[in-house]
Design a protein around this ligand. Structure first.
Ligand code: DGT
Ligand code: MG
Length: 588
């Protein structure tokens, strides 16, 4: 089956190294030489490379980390403000190099850039006689702005690497003799831009990043992680099997084939589970064909699901293709074209565009998770704290200073809905501690106008919003007076309406107009059930984004999917369950 691609683009993917730890290091450079871990709840969410050299890993229990490295310096990272601020600052810095507005943030620490225009412009100016001494123009209008580079070879490592490559390394000679000349040359030139931007990021901002260079977001992200940290990787052509004549293999296919399926963005926990189970089942029962009536929901439990499975193993299964994938992965809630989409992903196909950055978020949400939250008194206290943070965030992210006369600040956008979500902890089951907690329940209501009153104190507004709105929303979610136990509270403002086009300085009147009809809605106090929502997974997953691309990002807030340990009652992230069980079974 022919798989169409958009190979004319040049895409870079930036992933800051040990991001949260780097934010602390940028504030206090003395930390750089020490093993440093960032703690959220009982987890080391990330650690610097000094700590990694000493055997620490990301997402490890703090207790375990301290055992491995007693001299570990631990900083608390539960307040996300500093990471959010650093992320915004770095985004603006990186964006300043790029000509197009196609600079897209994924979470706090990843950025995709479409640099096709810059690369093509610079290829147009290459002088074949002085390639060693080329000049990369960073400004179309000022020919003095840029950097000198050697256009006869790629900057930094490539995949395949120059030494192991069956195909030629990334030099201009191969670029010019190859049938894929222009692709090769584009990637070569882009690798220099990537190298320059990495060095500027390090020297001007004190952050290092790992970068991938290819023709799609998917490939740039995946190839970038080949050389970590503080490095970059360019995925070399040929990208199509036919490019180098009969018998040559596409480097995309070779590269993808070696990946564990869960590494592929878009193949999340659930899809990987089904695919692994299918491979396990197929291995146990021999080749399976499309007519097999066993396919479908039963496949998820058919085989050994603990085994890692590569893209190649899936791709080469008998009868494998979009139709079989549809049978394996389809079902309630799955997109109709899941088979075609996953088949494309396994072949490294991702035609999604790098989206132009918007600096107004689609929603703002604040949440916290709890070991035990059982009384209305505690709920009210927590709601008030969360609401105060939410209003603070709204003021930071959604207002700007008024340059004209009138009020000092103006709202750049107005969220229209207020949403309260909780995650009730199910009662313990007889079969042990591994009850997965996946479901949130939520209710939404119109956001009252008074929240936008900048002259009122945040604490007073938070108190009012809780008393007058959130508590009654809470009671509708949990009509029983007691008997519930919550593991999470989340408050969000959504349905953002941007104020672009409004006259500066006229915000008071405009807000009044905008919310007049809303006040009517509020007076009737209708609360809409928004239903159960799946837990937003930390990574992107078609499972959770049935209508979108693998790149749809959730909230800025993250959380750790967890399970209650029945021995100690702590909320343990799913990935840490085995380690945690070992901890209880180990002698003191
Ligand atoms: P890297 O890219 O391997 O050098 O290390 P990081 O720390 O940049 O890791 P990355 O890129 O996966 O994630 C960026 C930040 O997001 C990281 O510094 C901490 C946070 N983070 C990552 N995974 C999780 C998670 O599962 N839960 C929580 N709460 N935070 C996470
Ligand atoms: Mg990172």
């Amino acid at each position: 089956m022919a798989i169409p691609r958009k190979d004319h683009r040049v895409i870079l993917h930036f992933d800051y190294d040990c991001f949260y730890a780097s934010v602390f290091e940028a504030e206090q450079p003395a930390l750089k030489s020490l093993p440093l871990a960032v703690q959220q709840k009982q987890i080391v969410v990330t650690c610097n490379y000094e700590a990694r050299r000493r055997g620490l890993r990301k997402l490890q229990l703090v207790k375990e980390a301290k055992k491995i490295c007693p001299e570990l310096v631990i900083v608390l990272g539960e307040d996300l403000t500093r990471f959010r601020d650093a992320s915004k600052e770095l985004y603006a810095f990186i964006k300043s190099f790029v000509w197009s507005d196609r600079v897209e943030r994924l979470g706090f620490d990843e950025i995709f850039l479409d640099v096709t225009d810059m690369v093509e412009y610079n290829i147009g100016l290459l002088n074949k006689n002085t390639l060693h001494d080329s000049f990369f123009h960073l400004d179309r209008h000022d020919p003095t702005v840029g950097f000198v580079y050697n256009a006869t070879q790629c900057h930094g490592p490539t995949w395949p690497s120059a030494s192991t490559s069956a195909s030629a390394p990334c030099t201009l000679t191969t670029a010019l003799t190859s049938s894929s000349t222009s692709l090769h040359l584009r990637l070569l030139v882009a690798s220099h831009l990537a190298g320059y931007m990495r060095s500027q990021l390090e020297h001007q901002k004190g952050y290092t990043a790992t970068v991938g260079v290819s023709t799609s977001k998917l490939l740039a992200k995946l190839v970038g992680s080949v050389h970590k940290p503080n490095n970059q990787t360019t995925l070399l052509p040929p990208y199509e099997p036919a490019e180098h004549g009969l018998g040559s293999t596409s480097n995309i296919l070779r590269f993808m084939d070696g990946l564990e399926i869960r590494k592929v963005p878009g193949i999340g926990y659930k899809l990987a589970h089904k695919l692994r189970a299918y491979v396990g089942g197929a291995a146990a029962s021999g080749p399976t064909t499309l007519s097999d009536t066993e396919l479908g929901s039963d496949t998820a439990t058919a085989g050994d699901n603990s085994e890692e499975v590569t893209v190649k193993q899936i791709r080469l299964l008998p009868g494998m293709g979009p139709r079989l994938l549809n049978k394996i992965l389809g079902g309630a809630g799955a997109p109709k074209d899941i088979g075609v989409r996953v088949w494309g992903l396994l072949h490294g196909v991702d035609d999604s565009d790098v989206l132009a950055g918007r600096d107004i978020p689609t929603q703002i949400s604040i949440e916290d998770s709890y070991g035990k939250l059982t009384t209305l008194h505690e709920v009210k206290r927590e709601l008030t704290t969360l609401t105060a943070s939410l209003i603070r965030r709204m003021r930071t992210d959604l207002t700007e200073q008024n340059v004209d006369s009138g009020p000092r600040f103006r709202w750049r956008a107005h969220p229209k809905l207020l949403r309260l979500s909780t995650r009730p902890r199910p009662p313990p089951e007889a079969d042990g501690p591994r009850t997965r907690i996946w479901n949130r329940i939520s209710r939404s209501a119109a956001l009252p106008l008074y929240v936008f009153n900048i002259d009122e104190s945040i604490d007073a507004l938070a108190e009012k919003l809780v008393q007058e709105h959130l508590l009654s929303m809470f009671r509708k979610l949990h009509p029983e007076k007691f008997g519930w136990n919550l593991s999470l509270l989340n408050i969000a403002v959504t349905n953002m309406v941007e104020s672009a086009g409004e006259q500066r300085g006229s915000n008071g009147r405009d807000i009044g107009k905008m919310f007049r009809s809303q006040e009517r809605v509020l007076s009737e106090w209708t609360v809409n059930e928004s239903g159960n929502e799946p837990l937003a997974n930390a990574d992107t997953d078609l499972d959770n984004h049935p209508t979108g691309t693998p790149w749809e990002d959730g909230d800025d807030e993250e959380e750790i999917p967890g399970t209650i340990c029945q021995t100690c009652g702590a909320l343990i992230p799913t990935f840490a369950l085995v380690a945690h069980a070992q901890y209880h079974s180990a002698p003191d």
